[in-house]
Design a protein around this ligand. Structure first.
Ligand code: ADP
Length: 394
């Protein structure tokens, strides 16, 4: 029996992901997903022990979805009361300049999250809906918000400020906020623990469908690749990452695209998908192995961008002790790790081929004992990180 548990909630525009976590052991006692909220037919999947319950039914809104989830906890288990629920942790993407750590939700915090909707239109609105509904349905438990941007709130001004006209930038709060911060913080602190050093110069590559890099010195982020929004930086599944912003003006002029079309093109129809038609790296590799040149070129662009970030962050930090891969691609794609590391030999990176090819759910070192830079694979666990941050406030 867990001493206490945290219900971690991640509300998207048409979905709610949740996990009941024991913050001490790190174990997930239950997890699930509400999908297609607001559509004609929705679905709720609830997993507990070995059992999986799937309900197909319309889910008109977040309230209906979460109410159903709470019913499932009671009917399928584990009962939240018996699991000693101590807090609800909400993932929120955009904390703007206001949050450098988790915050206990009250009226003022809700209002702040609402005021930040223009800076995170895809994420903060649904997150706020989730918070409001959850507070009504679970009024006796403290609710905590954990921001994706918080770890990057302390970025040096030289890295956080764009060279955009100061007046405009300040008036519209345009600066680099970063994202995936919960993951970068969790992974970089795991690396410090694993290597027994808190003075490391680290680069963390969070490579999932969304992808970001961070430079971390002595546990503090000094640079990160995502910016005002998660569009900037690395090549992603469907996002361009870095691109000359003049491409936007140009397409507006010559192709007559409006802001919404451009947003869709850059965020949803670009990246690996836009380059070669596939954004699942497993498919991309299959095509490369079959001799597909477009897939190979997309991979070259992906790796070239990674290489540029590792090089520039090493320069920013004046050295590199540890390079860590995490998230779906980072944790599973040994070939990308191998190709990137092969091109970092000049930096003293030496991958242990056997260790790199070994699959494991555990954090691990995959470089040789002689490698000047330690290379690691650390599975990220944002739910656990959110649960632990929530517990730190209650
Ligand atoms: P997100 O949370 O950003 O949606 P994930 O971190 O779950 O993404 O990563 C999803 C991506 O991981 C998939 O799109 C796929 O490209 C990649 N991926 C998952 N498993 C593997 C694998 N075995 N080999 C290579 N890539 C993988």
């Amino acid at each position: 029996m867990a001493l206490h548990t945290v219900l971690v909630i991640n509300s998207g525009s048409s979905s709610i992901k949740y996990q009941l976590v024991d913050p001490d052991s790190g174990q997930a006692l239950a997890s699930g997903l509400v999908e297609r909220i607001g559509e004609e037919m929705g679905a709720i999947t609830h997993k507990h022990d070995e059992a999986k319950t799937v309900i197909e039914a319309p889910v008109p809104d977040h309230r209906a979805g979460l109410a159903k989830v709470l019913e499932l906890f009671e009917s399928e288990g584990p009962s939240l009361a018996e699991a000693n629920i101590a807090a609800v942790g909400h993932r929120v993407v955009q904390g703007g300049r206001y949050f450098d750590g988790p915050a206990l939700v009250d009226e003022a915090v809700e209002n702040r999250v609402e005021a930040l909707i223009p800076l995170g239109p895809l994420h903060n609105g649904p997150a706020l809906a989730g918070i409001r509904v959850a507070r009504q349905l679970l009024p006796d438990v403290p609710h905590v918000v954990v921001f994706d941007t918080a770890f990057f709130q302390g970025l040096p001004e030289a890295s956080a400020r764009y060279a955009l006209n100061r007046e405009v930038a300040d008036k519209y709060e345009i600066r680099r906020y970063g994202a995936h911060g919960t993951s970068h913080q969790y992974v970089s602190s795991t690396v410090s623990q694993l290597l027994g050093r808190d003075d490391l110069k680290q680069i963390v590559l969070h490579l999932g469908n969304g992808a970001s890099a961070s430079a971390v010195v002595c546990g503090r982020a000094v640079d990160t690749s995502m910016g005002l929004t998660p569009l900037e930086g690395l090549v992603m599944g469907t996002r361009t990452g870095d691109i000359d912003p003049a491409a936007v003006f140009h397409l507006a002029r010559v192709a007559g695209m409006d802001a919404q079309e451009l947003d869709h093109l850059f965020n949803r129809e670009s990246g690996m998908k836009g380059l070669c038609g596939d954004n699942d790296m497993r498919e991309v590799w299959k095509r490369i192995d079959a001799g597909d040149t477009q897939a190979r070129e997309a991979m070259d662009i992906y790796i070239h961008r990674l290489l540029k970030y590792v090089g520039s962050y090493t320069a920013v930090m004046g050295g590199l002790d540890a390079l860590t891969f995490t998230a779906g691609i980072g944790e599973n794609d040994a070939a990308i790790r191998a190709e990137l590391c092969a091109r970092l030999g000049w930096l003293g990176v030496e991958l242990d081929e056997q260790a790199n090819n070994q699959r494991s759910p555990e954090p691990r070192v995959v470089s040789t004992p002689d490698s000047k830079v330690k290379v690691l694979v650390v599975p990220t666990n944002e739910e656990l990180a959110i649960a632990r941050q929530a517990m730190s406030l209650v």
